[in-house]
Ligand binder design. Structure first.
Ligand SMILES: CSC[C@H]1O[C@H](OP(=O)(O)O)[C@H](O)[C@@H]1O
Ligand SMILES: Nc1ncnc2[nH]cnc12
Length: 303
């Protein structure tokens, strides 16, 4: 397994890897073969945890537990830039993010699955970009999730659904700062905005993944009705955890099926060239220190 020098073959999609970020309740995936554990350091510090690289149905998978293996990082403390940089440095070009979310719509029930296609950002202390400190880039966020990867995800999920579990394709993920859950007024406001689900992590990853030219999709697993639904108890950690175990087992089956599919298709995505036409600052005006941090993303355009 080639775990070093991966940057040189960064554009060889035959060698590209599928990344999985596990959220609340998903701290490991068991059926990886030939696992190698990597402790990486990045220009943005250490990732949330060791990265696990292993083989699943013919494709190399890179797995990372976003809150750390023992869930020690709250959503504001997650080193998002280090996580995404680490993924890209290991030649991850497709990334599925598994997350626990609250439902903001009656018909989206606990234990259902949602594949969101939009988000609204209500966070206020998250990194928004790799492109600062002397370099400016404006990528398009019109489509924050990769529709090609999301389609693969939803097709595989469809085959695994049982009678009591529904999948909802599309929907807006409301990203809140946390760690406290929303007030009822906020929850109702987000419903008025037409949002489908609420969580604390996905949008930050989505933005950075797109800048890193990684196709990114969210596997959002519903654990609760947040606090707007007066017929149900308000969301609590106890409630989330109760539904997480079932969701996590289902997520593992989905990940296996998707790995098989991505391994055979190795689908190209517009995300793989998201930086094309986005870089504003001429290379010669970018400070060397900044350049070396983002080289992983810009090499393709600046040589
Ligand atoms: C444990 S409930 C709140 C927690 O769950 C979600 O985590 P993740 O997106 O990592 O699955 C939510 O964003 C909060 O971090
Ligand atoms: N109701 C909720 N709000 C924010 N994040 C969540 N994760 C799971 N349920 C949630």
């Amino acid at each position: 397994m080639n775990i070093s020098g991966t940057q040189s073959d960064a554009y060889d999609f035959k060698q590209a890897r599928l990344g999985i970020i596990g959220g609340s309740g998903l701290y490991r995936i068991e059926n990886l073969k030939d696992i190698v554990e990597l402790s990486l350091d990045t220009p943005y510090g250490k990732p949330s945890n060791k990265l696990l690289i292993g083989n699943l149905f013919g494709i190399e998978i890179v797995f990372l537990a976003r809150h750390g293996e023992k869930h020690t990082l709250n959503p504001s403390e997650i080193p998002y830039k280090a996580n995404i940089w680490a993924m890209r440095s290991l030649n991850v070009r497709w990334l599925i993010s598994a997350s626990a979310v609250g439902s903001l719509k009656e018909n989206i029930k606990p234990c259902d699955i949602v594949i969101p296609d939009q988000f609204i950002d209500r966070t206020h202390q998250r990194p928004l970009t790799f492109f600062n400190n002397g370099v400016v880039a404006h990528i398009s966020m019109a489509n924050p999730f990769c529709d090609i990867l999301s389609q693969i995800l939803s097709k595989e999920i469809e085959k695994l659904l049982t009678k009591d579990k529904k999948m909802h394709i599309g929907g807006t993920y409301l990203a809140m700062e946390g760690p406290a859950f929303s007030t009822r007024a906020e929850s109702n406001l987000y419903r008025d905005w037409g949002c489908s689900i609420i969580g604390m992590t996905n949008h930050t990853e989505a933005r950075l993944a797109k800048e890193a030219e990684i196709a990114y999709s969210s596997l959002s697993m519903v654990t609760d009705y947040d606090c707007w639904n007066q017929n149900c108890e308000n969301v609590s950690v106890e409630m989330v955890i109760e539904n997480l175990q079932e969701n996590a087992n289902f997520a593992k089956s989905i990940i296996s099926a998707v790995a098989k599919r991505v391994s055979s298709l190795r689908p190209p995505s517009s995300f793989h060239s998201a930086l094309k036409d986005a870089l504003v600052t001429p290379e010669e005006h970018v400070p060397e220190k900044t350049k070396s941090k983002i080289k992983l993303f810009t090499d393709k355009y600046w040589h």
